[in-house]
Design a protein around this ligand. Structure first.
Ligand code: ADP
Ligand code: MG
Length: 858
C-alpha cells in the first residue's frame, strides 16, 4: 500500500491491536469500518459497501453512531467481537488528526446492555486454565450480575467438557498454549467464542474478590479472567463479587449426555426451553429467580440437610396458598436487582432505573411481613436476611423525582431541596418565569390589547406577540419589532431579554448540575452494591422456593422422603409429558428398587412407554434433590451421587459420531464412573448395531453392572431374550409394559407390571403408523419365519476369569422355545390357516379338524 493519510495511519495502528474484532472507528456521527472489516461487516450486517476516496479506494462501510447498538448486537449474537474506538478529544480544538482510542471491546461474554441479554438467563464468560499436575480450573463470570464461580476439575479433559456443557457460556478465555485439539473441541462442542489471555498478573485492586482462593491454581485462573475483563472493558468494575468456589463433589453429577437426554433446561430437537423440565418448573416471577432456578437444576444437591431445608420451605409455602399468593404478588414488583447493581457499577443507568430500584427496595417490608407469618426456621432465616436498606432508600427518596425522563442529560431528574445550588438556579428560573407572567398581565392592561401574549421559542427566545389587527394600539416606541408572521407581529423589550438571559443561564446551569448530581448519586449507590447483591440473592431464593411450591400444588406433586438404599415411588408421572398431554390421560406407574433388586430389566412393545418410565425416574430424582416436590402419590428416594443415561436420542450430529459410537461412549462413561450410589438408565442399548453384537453387548453390560458396580439401574431392551437373565442375576428383576391386542391391533396401556413381556409388537406399531397393508403382511410372515428358525439365545453362564463367552449355552426354557417345528406340523398349521370356516358345514369342519389332529399326532 502506498502512502496513507494521517487518519488512515491512525486507523491501521489501532486496528493492529484488535485483529480479532470489528473495529468501529468513530468519524463524526458514524462508526466506519475499512478493508476486510468493511467487507465482512457489509455481509454480516447487510449494509452497503463503498470505497473510500473513489472507485479505486479501499473498501469501507459505516453505521450511524446513534443506531450502533443494534448493529453491535447482531455481530455479538453471531459470536464476533466489536472494538469501539471513540474520538477522545474535541475535534474543534484538536491539532491535526483527532486523538482516538478503543474505549471498550464488546465480546459475546462481556455484554452489559440489557437488550443484548436474556432476562432469565445468565450470560457467562468463562476462563479455562490447565496446570502441570493435569488439573483444569474453570472460572465462570457473569459480568451483568458480577457473580464469579470457580471450580477445579482433576479427573481429566472429558470432565471439563461435561462440566462446561449446557452452561450459558458465550465465551471462553484460554491460554494460547492449550493444545490445539482441545481448543477445537471447545469450539465445536460448546459453540463458544474463544479468546486468549496469556499474560497473568493479579491486580491488587481485586484482592477482596480472591479471599476464598487459597490455592495458587485458583488465583492464576481467576486472574486470567480478570485480566481479560480489564483488557476488554477498560474500567473498574465495582460490582464483581468475591469468587465462590464450587466443589463439584457437593453436587449430583450429571454428565453431558444425561443433561442433554433428560432435557433438563432445553429440548434436544428444538434447543428451546419449551418442553424441558425447566419449562414446567419455572413458576418464578422475577428474572433473578428464573436464573437461580436454572442454576439449581444444573446442580442438584447431595447433602440431605440442605435438601430438607429447601423442602421445608417449599412445604410451608405449599400449605399456605394465601400467603404464597401475596408473596408472589409482592415479588412481581421487584426489579432485577442483580443486573441493576451491575449496570450501576458499569455506569449505564438512568433515573428511571433508580426509581425502579427504589420501588423494588420499598417492597422489602412487605416481603418480610409475609415471611414473618411462617414459623419455619428456614423462612425466618430468609426474612432476617432481607435487611431494609434505609440509607439507600432515603437517598433515592430525597434525590430522584417521581417521573424522570429517560435521558440523564436534560434535567428534571433531581428533587427540590436535595441540593441548595440547584434550588437557587431553579428559583432564578421560576422567578424569571413568574416575572414574565406578571409582565404579560401588565402589558395587557397598559396597552388594552386583550390578545397580547408572551411566548417562547428556541430561536428567538421570549417575545411579545400581537395580532395584526391590534398593532395600531401599541404606543409609539414601546416595543422593538423582532419577527413578522402572517397575522401577527412579535416584539421584544430590553428588560424582557435581560430576564430571558437570566432564565436561560439558570436552566443551562441546572441541567448541567443535575447531570453531575446524578453521577454523584450513582457513585453513592455503588457503595451499596454488596448490600443489593445480598438482597438479590435472598429474593431469588424466595422466588425459586415459592415457584416449587406453586408448581407442586398446581400439578399435584408430593414431598419426597429420603431413605437409605431403598427407592419407592407410588404412581409416579413424567412431569413434562403429563403437562403436554393436558387431558390427564397420563398413566401413573410405580418404581421400586432396593438392595436386593437393584436392576430392573424393562421389556415391552415399542411406543409402550419404556423410555418415558426411565426418564421419569431420573427427573423425579433430580426434582427431589433440588428441593422440589415430585410428580407422584408417594416417594421414598435415595440421594444419588450421579446419574448416567443412555437414552435413545438423535445421532450426535455435532461430532459426526454414529449412534452406535455414541451409545458405546455413553455406556462406557457410565461404567467407568458409576458407584453403588449412582443411578444408571440404559435404554435399548445395542440397538445401533447388528442383532447379535448388540445383544451380546447389552447382556455383558448388565452383567458387569450387576457384578461390579451395583448401581441402581433401569435397563430397557427390545431383546426379549435377555429376560432370562433374571434366573442368573440375583438382583435383576423383570418388569414389562403391558399391551393388549384387541381385534388385531395392539392397545398400549402404558402400565408397568412385574415379569417379562410375552412378545414384541413392533409390527403393530408399523401398522399404527399406516404403513401399506401388503408391507405389514409381508413383515408378519418374515417375523414368523424368524421366530420359528433356529437363532441364538443369550448365555446365562457366569462370567469366569474375566472372560466373556457369548452364546455357548442355552437354558432348557430357551431351547424349548427355539426348537424347530417339524415339517408335518407346519403343513397342518398352514392348512388350518387356509380353512374357510364360513363356507363349511359343521360336519365338514369336524372332519377337517379330525384329519389335522391326526396329522400332528403322528
Ligand atoms: P418406548 O420407549 O417403549 O418405545 P416411549 O416411552 O417413547 O415408548 O413412549 C411412547 C409414547 O407413549 C410417548 O411419547 C407418550 O406419548 C406415550 N406414553 C408413554 N408413557 C405413557 C404413560 N405412562 N401414560 C400415557 N402415555 C404414555
Ligand atoms: Mg424407547
Amino acid at each position: 500500500m502506498g502512502k496513507q493519510t494521517p487518519m488512515m495511519e491512525q486507523y491501521l495502528k489501532i486496528k493492529a491491536d484488535y485483529q480479532d474484532a470489528f473495529l468501529f472507528f468513530r468519524l463524526g456521527d458514524f462508526y466506519e469500518m475499512f478493508n476486510d472489516d468493511a467487507i465482512n461487516a457489509a455481509r454480516e450486517l447487510e449494509i452497503t459497501l463503498t470505497k473510500r476516496g473513489g472507485s479505486d479506494g479501499i473498501p469501507m462501510c459505516g453505521v450511524p453512531y446513534h443506531a450502533a447498538e443494534n448493529y453491535i448486537k447482531t455481530l455479538i449474537d453471531k459470536g464476533y467481537k466489536v472494538a469501539i474506538c471513540e474520538q477522545v478529544e474535541d475535534p474543534k480544538t484538536a491539532k491535526g488528526v483527532v486523538k482516538r482510542e478503543v474505549v471498550q471491546l464488546v465480546t459475546p461474554g462481556t455484554v452489559m446492555e440489557s437488550n443484548m441479554l436474556k432476562e432469565g438467563e445468565n450470560n457467562y464468560i468463562a476462563s479455562l486454565s490447565h496446570f502441570q499436575d493435569g488439573s483444569y480450573v474453570i472460572v465462570y463470570n457473569d459480568l451483568s450480575t458480577g457473580e464469579n464461580n470457580i471450580t477445579v476439575i482433576s479427573h481429566g479433559w472429558d470432565a471439563v467438557i461435561h462440566e462446561l456443557y449446557n452452561q450459558p457460556i458465550k465465551e471462553i478465555v484460554i491460554s494460547s498454549n492449550l493444545p490445539e485439539d482441545l481448543q477445537t473441541k471447545l469450539r465445536d462442542r460448546l459453540h463458544v467464542t474463544l479468546s486468549y489471555q496469556d499474560e497473568i498478573t493479579f491486580n491488587a485492586e481485586y484482592r477482596n474478590l480472591a479471599e476464598n482462593l487459597n490455592d495458587e491454581r485458583l488465583m492464576k485462573a481467576f486472574s486470567r479472567l480478570l485480566n481479560y475483563i480489564q483488557h476488554t472493558q477498560k474500567r473498574s468494575l465495582d460490582h464483581l463479587q468475591p469468587a465462590n468456589v464450587i466443589e463439584l463433589k457437593h453436587y449430583l453429577s450429571l454428565d453431558m449426555y444425561s443433561k442433554r437426554n433428560l432435557e433438563l433446561t432445553e429440548t434436544i430437537i428444538k434447543k428451546g426451553k419449551h418442553g424441558s423440565l425447566l419449562w414446567v418448573l419455572d413458576q418464578t416471577v422475577t428474572a433473578m429467580g428464573s436464573r437461580l432456578l436454572k442454576k439449581w437444576l444444573e446442580r442438584p444437591l447431595l447433602d440431605k440437610k440442605r435438601i430438607e431445608n429447601r423442602l421445608n420451605v417449599v412445604d410451608a409455602f405449599y400449605q399456605r396458598f394465601m400467603e404464597r399468593d401475596t408473596l408472589r404478588d409482592t415479588l412481581k414488583s421487584v426489579y432485577d436487582l442483580e443486573r441493576l447493581a451491575g449496570r450501576i457499577a458499569f455506569g449505564n443507568v438512568n433515573a428511571r432505573d433508580l426509581l425502579q430500584l427504589k420501588q423494588s427496595l420499598e417492597k422489602i417490608p412487605e416481603l418480610k411481613a409475609t415471611l414473618n407469618q411462617f414459623e419455619e426456621r428456614q423462612i425466618q432465616t430468609l426474612s432476617t436476611g432481607l435487611k431494609y436498606p434505609k440509607e439507600l432508600i432515603d437517598l433515592l427518596n430525597t434525590s430522584i423525582i417521581d417521573n424522570p425522563p429517560i435521558s440523564i442529560k436534560e434535567g428534571s431528574i433531581i428533587r427540590d431541596g436535595y441540593n441548595e445550588v440547584l434550588d437557587t438556579y431553579r428559583d432564578a428560573s421560576r422567578n424569571g418565569k413568574r416575572w414574565i407572567a406578571a409582565l404579560e398581565k401588565k402589558e395587557k392592561q397598559e396597552t388594552d390589547i386583550k390578545s397580547l401574549k408572551i411566548g417562547y421559542n428556541r430561536v428567538f427566545g421570549y417575545y411579545i406577540e400581537i395580532t395584526k389587527a391590534n398593532i395600531h394600539l401599541i404606543p409609539e416606541g414601546r416595543y422593538e419589532r423582532k419577527q413578522t408572521l402572517a397575522n401577527a407581529e412579535r416584539y421584544i423589550t430590553p428588560e424582557l431579554k435581560e430576564k430571558e438571559q437570566l432564565i436561560i443561564e439558570a436552566e443551562e446551569k441546572s441541567v448541567e448540575l443535575e447531570y453531575n448530581l446524578f453521577i454523584e448519586i450513582r457513585e453513592k449507590i455503588k457503595e451499596h452494591i454488596p448490600e443489593l447483591q445480598y438482597l438479590a440473592e435472598i429474593v431469588s431464593k424466595i422466588d425459586v422456593l415459592q415457584a416449587f411450591a406453586t408448581v407442586s400444588e398446581k400439578n399435584n406433586y408430593r414431598r419426597p422422603y429420603f431413605v437409605e438404599n431403598k427407592l419407592n415411588i407410588i404412581n409416579g408421572r413424567h412431569p413434562v409429558i403429563e403437562q403436554v398431554m393436558k387431558d390427564g390421560s397420563f398413566v401413573p406407574n410405580n418404581v421400586s428398587l432396593d438392595e436386593n433388586k437393584n436392576i430392573l430389566l424393562i421389556t415391552g412393545p415399542n411406543m409402550s412407554g419404556k423410555s418415558t418410565y426411565m426418564r421419569q425416574l431420573a427427573l423425579a430424582v433430580i426434582m427431589g434433590q433440588i428441593g422440589c416436590f415430585v410428580p407422584c402419590d408417594e416417594a421414598e428416594l435415595i440421594i444419588f451421587d450421579q446419574i448416567f443415561t443412555r437414552i435413545g436420542a438423535a445421532d450426535d450430529l455435532v461430532s459426526g459420531q454414529s449412534t452406535f459410537m455414541v451409545e458405546m461412549l455413553e455406556a462406557n462413561h457410565a461404567i467407568a464412573n458409576a458407584t453403588d450410589r449412582s443411578l444408571i438408565l440404559l435404554d435399548e442399548i445395542g440397538r445401533g448395531t447388528s442383532t447379535y453384537d448388540g445383544m451380546a453387548l447389552a447382556q455383558a453390560i448388565v452383567e458387569y453392572i450387576h457384578n461390579n458396580i451395583q448401581a441402581k439401574t433401569l435397563f430397557s431392551t427390545h431383546y426379549h431374550e435377555l429376560t432370562v437373565l433374571e434366573e442368573s442375576l440375583e438382583k435383576l428383576k423383570n418388569i414389562h409394559v403391558r399391551a393388549e391386542e384387541f381385534e388385531g391391533n395392539v392397545v398400549f396401556l402404558h402400565q408397568i407390571q412385574e415379569g417379562a413381556a410375552d412378545k414384541s409388537y413392533g409390527i403393530h406399531v408399523a401398522k399404527l403408523a399406516n404403513l401399506p397393508e401388503a408391507l405389514i403382511e409381508r413383515a408378519s410372515t418374515i417375523l414368523q419365519e424368524l421366530e420359528s428358525s433356529d437363532k441364538p439365545a443369550p448365555t446365562t453362564e457366569k462370567i469366569e476369569s474375566g472372560q466373556l463367552s457369548f452364546f455357548v449355552g442355552e437354558t432348557e426354557q430357551v431351547k424349548e422355545r427355539n426348537k424347530p417345528i417339524p415339517a408335518t406340523e407346519e403343513k397342518a398349521i398352514d392348512e388350518l390357516k387356509s380353512l374357510n370356516l364360513f363356507e363349511m358345514t359343521p360336519m365338514e369342519a369336524m372332519n377337517a379338524l379330525y384329519r389335522l389332529q391326526k396329522q400332528v399326532k403322528m
